[in-house]
Unconditional design. Structure first.
Length: 233
């Protein structure tokens, strides 16, 4: 990839491979067979396809997840959420993300793929990136331990909601959205408890040490993109 045009060409080729792969995922999963079929169907040189996707179908599964994130962000940018409570904005973002998944079977097969030990770190990173995208799109400006706790908590909500959604056959996935609301209510109760701890003189004194330690943990910055976070001196 020596220039912008080449980069765009390669991105388009990878998109074509992904579109072709989705025709086979329901039958063969995100597997070498699916990748080989996608290469043949898209008419891509096998050497180029392997250069763009060194891990074959695993890289295409991650590309499918990233495509869903991009569609979610487009919908968030176009939606008017100004009249919503913040917890409802989060629920809307998660719902937009699930509705961006046009192929439930591809998600189901991806969930199976990323439960394999060798792929689990990639799956966890993909979910984390989705939740980071949601918080960033909703205007999160935290720069301390809260940056991590917000994304970790939402990762749990998102993951459990995806699993529920995969098995939901209710009309318009109404049961899933009810499940999502309950999970977010649970999170809000935790946040309320944390606020009560901060406001209680006795508890806040007991937690002063851990809170001081946590305050030194900082979110990643452009200068630290190679690291998961940073420690404030």
């Amino acid at each position: 990839m020596t220039d912008t045009t080449t980069s765009q060409d390669h991105a388009a080729i990878k998109e074509a491979l992904l579109d072709a792969a989705l025709m086979h995922v329901a039958f063969d999963g995100w597997s070498p067979a699916t990748f080989d079929a996608a290469v043949a169907d898209a008419g891509v040189d096998p050497a180029l396809a392997r250069a763009l996707c060194p891990r074959g179908a695993v890289d295409l599964a991650l590309a499918y997840h990233a495509r869903g994130d991009a569609l979610m962000l487009e919908r968030l940018a176009a939606a008017d959420l100004s009249e919503m409570r913040f917890r409802d904005r989060i629920a809307a973002a998660v719902r937009f993300r699930l509705e961006a998944a046009s192929d439930k079977e591809a998600v189901r097969r991806g969930t199976t793929l990323f439960t394999l030990p060798q792929n689990a770190p990639d799956g966890a990173r993909a979910i984390w990136n989705t939740c980071d995208a949601i918080w960033t799109a909703l205007g999160d400006t935290s720069d301390d331990f809260n940056w991590y706790s917000k994304r970790a908590t939402l990762s749990g909500v998102y993951s459990s909601t995806v699993l529920y959604w995969l098995g939901d056959d209710s009309e318009d996935h109404a049961a899933t959205w009810e499940f999502l609301d309950r999970r977010i209510d649970n999170v809000m109760q935790i946040e309320k408890l944390k606020a009560n701890v901060r406001e209680n003189p006795v508890l806040s004194k007991l937690m002063a040490g851990p809170m001081a330690l946590a305050s030194r943990i900082k979110a990643p910055t452009a200068r630290h993109t190679h690291m998961p976070g940073r420690w404030s001196r």
